[in-house]
Design a protein around this ligand. Structure first.
Ligand code: ADP
Ligand code: MG
Length: 236
């Protein structure tokens, strides 16, 4: 069953067509990767889907409901959450408080936000630093805190926008393993990565954007040998 669908989505910024008539669907339980060169429209597609931008044209459906133009807060409550490409935790709050903010204000359930935040920190292996402030976290730890923040909202689908960006190979491996674990727990994953290798490892299916258009879709093996995809990347 499709959990997330985009129908003929277009987003223009003045004269720039960031995404151009994009239709796609993500099934419940899947991990779907989205790749494409810089400026292809990947982040814009995620922002349109998560309510940051309203599409110029087209429809977004989440669990069958039309959520086009809904507020990010509402969409998050329904169970769709997106990580930020640039991680900016509240510096004056502890890790636990940062993760709890996600659970309290964005979350799907309101039973015990702090407990859910604590579990999320445990899951990303930051629990021993729960009461520290984020100032002296490494880049990799910041990314894991960002994952804890979105996990604490108890989402049905998580959108990761270049969550491994700026990480060394070892930290990237940790994040990729975490994403694999999240999917194994039953949550649906939709992820962007500029670097193909990490994404290919966890994705069941990969979609390729180039200059706002979806140009290919298939298994990681199919995508890696697709001429059009290779050409899009060679043009960089
Ligand atoms: P990607 O994430 O694939 O690198 P983006 O979605 O960030 O690509 O950008 C796609 C295109 O849309 C680029 O040309 C970018 O400059 C433009 N764009 C993105 N966001 C905005 C915005 N808020 N205002 C104007 N142009 C934007
Ligand atoms: Mg981007």
């Amino acid at each position: 069953m499709a959990i997330l669908e985009g129908e003929h989505l277009t987003k223009r910024f003045g004269g720039v067509v960031a995404i151009d008539d994009v239709s796609f669907s993500v099934d419940e339980g899947e991990t779907v990767g989205l790749i494409g060169p810089n400026g292809a429209g990947k982040s814009t597609l995620f922002r349109v889907v998560s309510g940051v931008h309203e599409p110029t044209e087209g429809t977004v459906r989440f669990m069958g409901d039309d959520i086009t133009g809904a507020e990010p807060y509402d969409i998050c409550h329904r169970g769709l959450v997106k990580t930020h490409q640039i991680v900016r935790p509240f510096g004056n709050l502890t890790l636990l408080e940062n993760a709890t903010v996600g659970a309290e204000f964005g979350g799907r359930k309101h039973d015990d936000p702090e407990e859910r935040a604590y579990e999320a920190l445990e899951f990303v292996d930051l629990v021993e630093r729960a009461h520290d402030e984020p100032d002296n976290l490494s880049v990799g730890e910041l990314k894991r805190l960002e994952i804890a923040r979105v996990l604490a909202t108890d989402p049905k689908i998580l959108l990761f926008d270049e969550v491994a960006g700026g990480l060394d190979p070892e930290e990237t491996e940790e994040i990729v393993d975490l994403i694999g674990d999240i999917n194994e727990r039953g949550q649906t994953v939709f992820l962007i990565d500029h670097v193909m290798r990490a994404l290919m490892k966890v994705s069941h299916r990969v979609m390729v954007l180039d200059r706002g258009k979806l140009i290919a879709e298939g298994t990681p093996a199919e995508i890696q040998s697709n001429e059009q995809v290779i050409d899009a990347y060679l043009g960089e």
